[in-house]
Each structure stands twice: as structure tokens, then as C-alpha cells.
Design a protein around this ligand. Structure first.
Ligand code: PMP
Length: 391
């Protein structure tokens, strides 16, 4: 059945739970860093599947891996061993220099697992996280998330969480006690406004954890898999997390998440945690192909190079609306002096998709395969939007 754009929107509106605020556009096809709507309009995509599309849309390598695996085996719970899972968890450990892996299906599950493991491994219950941090929507992860509008409707949340100002080492020192199980941090805050963690803060957090016996749990759900110019953002500062939570682009667009444990962590006991779909062969095959593609095509390096250039170009835009341009690799934000939503709408009208981060930041998470010529167009359109009048 071929539905028109308005029919699709009507149907979704009629049957959806309503928890998403939507843009009035129907996306039906993607290729690389481009998306097309139901009317055939071509967009340059700087939403990048909210960070899940680092290797580009409709990447044939993923399509082939999925098709091949789907013909062989899709479901295989972790009560059995499996070839694809074995290959993936070894590859993850090698790539991230970690020792053990728990596989799940999303970012929130990866963080939830990270928090539960930190409590198991330390026998402590307190979690220290950062203001403006975002870690997911399940109760454990939500309790670590800062934004009030996500938290307030679900209180009471899990007890024992504290939030300190991001990049404030003194505040962190004061918050961590002998009851702290984990210090949970993003390496660059994504949803909270594209705020890069300072090297001295990250290294300081590492040291505080070492001294107090708390675990350093890094949430690289958004920053992982090349986004910031390294395979993992913690590699910029040579950090060694105790637990690393990843998701989004790990699966080339297929749902996948993972909590990785360092070599200093004790083994976990059978049955303490689990997931039906976690580690299924289909998602594992897609993840192997996605990681290979990132590495074989040097996409982290490409993100570093293109990202620097993109940031420098955006910084030349002369607009009284701009407070700051910042970011790392191809994770870039423009902080405005006012609400960003109308400018994102205008940008979309001009054929460029971008995301908000908080109320005032325009965020760009393009697939890392994006052409420089497309980024030139993005700079041009952003300049146009931020230098024209919007009422
Ligand atoms: N952590 C971070 C840093 C994220 O950016 C997100 C998603 N935006 C999550 C966790 C939650 O991931 P998911 O939506 O896959 O559950």
C-alpha cells in the first residue's frame, strides 16, 4: 500500500503513545548522509539517527551482514554459545582495551547494566553523576539523568544519586564518599548541550575513583564509535574506565548496547542480570560489520579532521544570536542566546536536519561518511538561518 505523506502523519498521530514531539516530515529513505521525505525532498542529515548512523544510512555492508545472518540464525539467547557473539565481544574488548562484555539492546540498558554492575562489584549503592548529564530513561539510568522534565513525572526515583556540576573537580571530590559505587560521566555531554569534559576533570575523576574505591563508569553511548575523532572519546585523554557503556552506532543502526568491564573488575555471577534479545546473532553480525567499516574506512580520523574544519567554518559566522561554537570531532554544537527550535525548523525547510541539545544549542551529529561538500552547504544554510529574522 502506498500512503501519502499526510496519510502517514495522520496514522502515526492516531496510534502513537504521544511521548514524542514530532517534526512535520515523513522520512522514507536514506543513503550516506542524506535523507529523503515522502515527497522526494532531499535533506542533508546532521541528526544521524540521533547518533546511531555513524557509518551512514543504508550502508550496503550492513545490509549484506544482516541479510546473510538472517538467513542463518536470528534468535539465540545467551544460554547458548554463538559464533557471531563470540567474534563481537572479542572485537569490542580489543577495540576498547577492556576485558569483559555484557550485551543488551540500547543506551539506557547499557547504562542500567553499568550502574547495577558497579553496585555489585563495590557492594556500595551511591552514584555520583553530573548536572546536564543524560543517561537514559529506565529508573536507574533516569535517576542519573539531570533534566527535570524527564525526572519529575516519575518521582520518587532511585535513592542514592548525587549530581555535581560537570567539569567541577572540587565538587566531585566532595561528593564522592566511601559509599560511592560509581562516578558516572559522559566524556562529552550530548543532550545537555554538547559540553566537552575537560582533560583535568576526567583525569581527576579517574584519580578520585582510584583513591576512594568508587568505579569510573563512562557513558559513551553518544560519543562512542568514532563520533569525537577517536573510536572512543576516553582515548583522547588516555583514560582507563572501569566500566564503559556504549550503544547507538555500535550496531550500524540495528539496536545494540554493551557494558564493558576492565581487567581489574571481578567476574559477575550467573543470573544477576540478563536480556532476551541481548547478544542476538543478527545484531552481533551487524555490529561486527559496523565496527569493521568504521576501522577500515578510518572514520574516527575522518571525524577528527572534518570536525575541526566544520567547527572553524561555523565559527566564522557573524551573528548576534551565537554565544559559542564548541564540540569534539563531528559532535558539534552552536549555543544560541535564545531558544533553538524555530531555527531548527527553518534549517529543515532549507534541507538540513539538525538536533537540539537542551533549549538553546543547535547540535550536529552527521554520519561520519558525510562529504565535505555537504558540510559546506550545512555551514551556508546555518549562516543563512542565523543571520535572517525569525519571529
Ligand atoms: N546515554 C547517552 C549519553 C545518550 O546520549 C543516550 C541517548 N541519547 C542514552 C544514554 C540513552 O540511549 P537510548 O536512547 O539508546 O536508550
Amino acid at each position: 500500500i502506498k500512503l501519502s505523506s499526510s496519510q502517514i502523519q495522520e496514522k502515526e498521530t492516531s496510534f502513537t503513545s504521544g511521548v514524542y514531539s514530532k517534526r512535520p516530515v515523513v522520512i522514507i529513505r536514506g543513503k550516506g548522509a542524506h535523507l529523503w521525505d515522502a515527497d522526494g525532498k532531499d535533506y542533508i542529515d546532521c541528526v544521524g539517527g540521533q547518533g546511531a548512523a555513524n557509518i551512514g544510512h543504508a550502508n550496503p555492508v550492513i545490509a549484506e551482514a544482516i541479510y546473510k545472518q538472517a538467513q542463518n540464525l536470528i534468535s539465540c539467547p545467551e544460554m547458548f554459545y554463538n559464533d557471531q557473539r563470540a567474534l563481537l565481544i572479542e572485537k569490542l574488548c580489543t577495540t576498547a582495551n577492556m576485558s569483559r562484555v555484557f550485551l543488551c539492546n540500547s543506551g539506557t540498558e547499557a547504562v542500567e547494566a553499568g550502574i547495577k554492575f558497579a553496585r555489585l562489584l563495590t557492594g556500595r549503592t551511591e552514584i555520583v553523576a553530573a548536572m546536564r548529564g543524560f543517561h537514559g530513561r529506565t529508573f536507574g539510568a533516569l535517576s542519573a539523568t539531570w533534566e527535570k522534565k524527564y525526572r519529575a513525572p516519575f518521582e520518587p526515583l532511585v535513592p542514592g544519586y548525587k549530581h555535581i556540576p560537570y567539569n567541577d573537580l572540587d565538587a566531585l571530590k566532595q561528593a564522592v564518599t566511601d559509599q560511592t559505587a560509581a562516578v558516572l560521566l559522559e566524556v562529552v555531554q550530548g543532550e545537555g548541550g554538547v559540553n566537552p569534559g575537560k582533560t583535568e576533570f576526567m583525569l581527576g575523576a579517574r584519580e578520585i575513583c582510584r583513591q576512594t574505591g568508587a568505579l569510573l563508569v563512562l557513558d559513551e553511548v553518544q560519543t562512542g564509535f568514532g563520533r569525537t575523532g577517536k573510536m572512543f572519546a576516553f582515548q583522547h585523554d588516555n583514560l582507563d574506565p572501569d566500566i564503559l557503556c556504549v550503544a547507538k552506532s555500535i550496531g550500524g543502526g540495528i539496536p545494540m548496547g554493551a557494558a564493558l568491564l576492565s581487567s581489574t573488575m571481578k567476574d559477575l555471577q550467573p543470573q544477576v542480570h540478563g536480556s532476551t534479545f541481548g547478544g542476538n546473532p543478527l545484531a552481533c553480525a551487524a555490529s561486527i560489520a559496523a565496527i569493521d567499516y568504521l576501522q577500515n574506512n578510518h572514520l574516527p580520523e575522518r571525524a577528527a579532521e572534518l570536525g575541526e574544519w566544520f567547527k572553524s567554518q561555523l565559527s566564522t559566522i557573524q551573528s548576534p544570536l551565537i554565544r559559542e561554537v564548541r564540540g569534539k570531532g563531528l559532535m558539534v554544537g552552536i549555543e544560541l542566546k535564545q531558544k533553538v527550535t524555530p531555527y531548527l525548523q527553518k534549517l529543515m525547510d532549507l534541507g538540513v536536519m539538525a538536533l537540539p541539545a537542551g533549549l538553546t544549542v543547535m547540535r550536529f551529529l552527521p554520519p561520519l561518511v558525510i562529504e565535505k561538500s555537504d558540510l559546506e552547504i550545512v555551514v551556508d544554510k546555518v549562516a543563512q538561518v542565523l543571520t535572517s529574522n525569525i519571529e
